[in-house]
Design a binder for this molecule. Structure first.
Ligand code: FAD
Ligand code: AMP
Length: 474
């Protein structure tokens, strides 16, 4: 039996990053991964690279370009007659991006001398793992020994009884990233991050999109001011968002799918060509043998860990989507780095208060820290500064006028408590905000920082100035 200092189970952004960091720190490391791509080859990268962050952003970018050419190019003096989408080409492009990146990780494993054990990993004890090859039933399972184990098995889409995914008419997020043509009428269950992103892609490409959301509030975790403005903008783009609309049933034939839902007006029905179920994700511990090995799961199926990602079983850690906290790739990766460094004997800290959130609609929505409603509920005194994107010279030059940046800081110390961005490229702008929070910065720190002109980042600078009512351009 081969022995390693560390065996990581799962090669997504949590697991592969943890494995590389362990190897960098001189630990002999293996990573067990079983993901099969469309060609039935085992690949690294997990949900994020194969069916999550990367392919969704590839389609968001393609559809954004299409929407720009169709709706805005003319304004720039660019005349394009009858632009048309080649969906096959768009999906091929997405596939190529994914395979370039997943192969890149295989290359990084080689470079860092991480052994990739292709197969399904099962915990036997806190120092032994069984690996069963996938896609090849004839090969025998074998065992490897581990000084430490890191579980990074991620998450899978959640389903609901009224809308069983058949991968034909009713699909989950994975199916919605691989449509071969634009559905004329598209239903989406769930107005969360994934539902809004995928709804946006197909809406931009011409689908009539209806999004059902059981909750009365739009994007409940988002700062109310931004959520309200985003809701208005997305509705203007053509997304038919129905709040307080709970899907209770579906019926399919091979041509269409009917959706029954209940809202304030009672029971209703609509017919679609395709339906996307985007009601959230659940931790993935299928076939992991967690319970038998003595690793505790909570009621919702998450592996129970302490603040250092340590499970109750000595030398066994768990990170990423399979444990508490936001289901975000960068959270998974940072937990992976922190655990690797701890195993190597270093002190490592993960700041859960400085995790950025991004929703890749257009404009994008990004935030770090607390919302205004959370601060009010906690009885914290705060100051507020905001700046409209319409007042940014760079945004005007880009032809973008929608959005706002809002900064919240402590009323007495001025320490930044939250930064909320609804803006083009908010996903990039949020990094400055996260850095400020990580450094325990104040609004004054950002106000005194020189920002290049003309940039969208100047709007963040102005929001900081606005906290003490000294914004220049608004
Ligand atoms: P995963 O990426 O799920 O990886 C787990 C891996 O473990 C998988 O490869 C799986 O095959 C493997 N595995 C599981 N069990 C075993 C086993 N027993 N043996 C061997 N291998 C096993 N997050 C963002 O931060 N930004 C985004 O823009 C974003 N967009 C998203 C869009 C979509 C459509 C979806 C679905 C998700 C998106 N996410 C996004 C979420 C992000 O993908 C996850 O938070 C992230 O992938 C979690 O990483 P992980 O390593 O914990 O798990
Ligand atoms: P998220 O967890 O951010 O991916 O969002 C999923 C969303 O789906 C949540 O806002 C849920 O309220 C919503 N949802 C779950 N079940 C239903 C349902 N049956 N009908 C409509 N919306 C639902």
């Amino acid at each position: 039996m081969k022995n390693y200092d560390v065996v990581v189970i799962g090669g997504g952004p949590g697991g592969y990053v943890a494995a590389i960091r362990c190897a960098q720190l001189g630990l002999s490391t293996a990573c067990v991964e079983s993901w099969l791509d469309d060609e039935k080859q085992v690949v690294l990268g997990g949900t994020c690279l194969n069916v999550g962050c990367i392919p969704s952003k590839a389609l968001l970018d393609s559809s954004h370009h299409f929407s720009f050419i169709k709706n805005e190019a003319k304004e720039h003096g660019i005349n394009v007659s009858s632009p048309a989408m080649d969906i096959h080409r768009m999906i091929e492009r997405k596939k190529n991006i994914v395979s370039t990146l997943t192969q890149g990780i295989a290359g990084l494993f080689k470079k860092n001398k991480v052994d990739w054990l292709k197969g399904h990993g099962k915990l036997i004890s806190n120092s032994q793992i069984e690996v069963q090859a996938v896609g090849d039933d004839s090969s025998e399972a074998y065992q490897v020994g581990a000084g430490h184990i890191i579980i990074a098995t991620g998450s899978v889409p959640m389903s609901i009884p009224p809308a069983q995914v058949d991968n034909e008419m009713i699909v989950d997020s994975t199916g919605a990233l691989a449509f071969t043509d634009v559905p004329k009428r598209l239903g989406v269950i769930g107005a969360g991050v994934i539902g809004l992103e995928l709804g946006s892609v197909w809406n931009r490409l011409g689908a009539e999109v209806v999004i059902f959301e059981a909750l009365d509030e739009f994007l409940a975790p988002v700062d109310r001011q931004l959520a309200k403005e985003a809701e208005k903008l997305l509705r203007n783009q053509g997304l038919d968002i129905r709040l307080g609309a709970k899907v209770t049933g579906t019926g399919c034939n091979n041509r269409e799918v009917s959706v029954t839902y209940e809202d304030a007006e009672g029971k209703q029905q609509i017919v679609f060509d395709k339906l996307i179920v985007a009601v959230g994700r659940k931790p993935n511990t299928a076939g992991l043998g967690a319970n038998d090995a003595g690793v505790e799961l909570d009621q919702r199926g998450f592996i129970v860990v302490d603040e250092n990602c340590q499970t109750g079983l000595e030398n066994v850690y768990a990170i990423g989507d399979v444990v508490r906290g936001p289901m975000l790739a960068h959270k998974a990766s940072e937990e992976g780095v922190a655990v690797a460094e701890r195993i190597a004997g270093q002190k490592s800290h993960m700041n859960y208060d400085a995790i950025p959130w991004v929703i890749y609609t257009w404009p994008e929505i990004a935030w770090v820290g607390k919302t205004e409603q959370e601060l009010k509920a906690a009885g914290i005194d705060f100051k507020r500064g905001s700046f409209p994107i319409a007042a940014s010279g760079r945004a005007r030059a880009m032809g973008e006028v929608n959005g706002v940046i809002k900064m919240l800081s402590d009323a007495s110390s001025d320490r930044i408590l939250g930064i909320h961005i609804l803006a083009p490229n908010a996903s990039e702008l949020i990094s400055e905000a996260v850095l400020a929070v990580e450094f325990d910065g104040s609004s004054e720190d950002i106000a005194r920082t020189i920002h290049a002109h003309p940039t969208l980042a100047e709007a963040l600078h102005e929001a900081a100035l606005a906290v003490d009512k000294r914004a220049i351009h608004f």
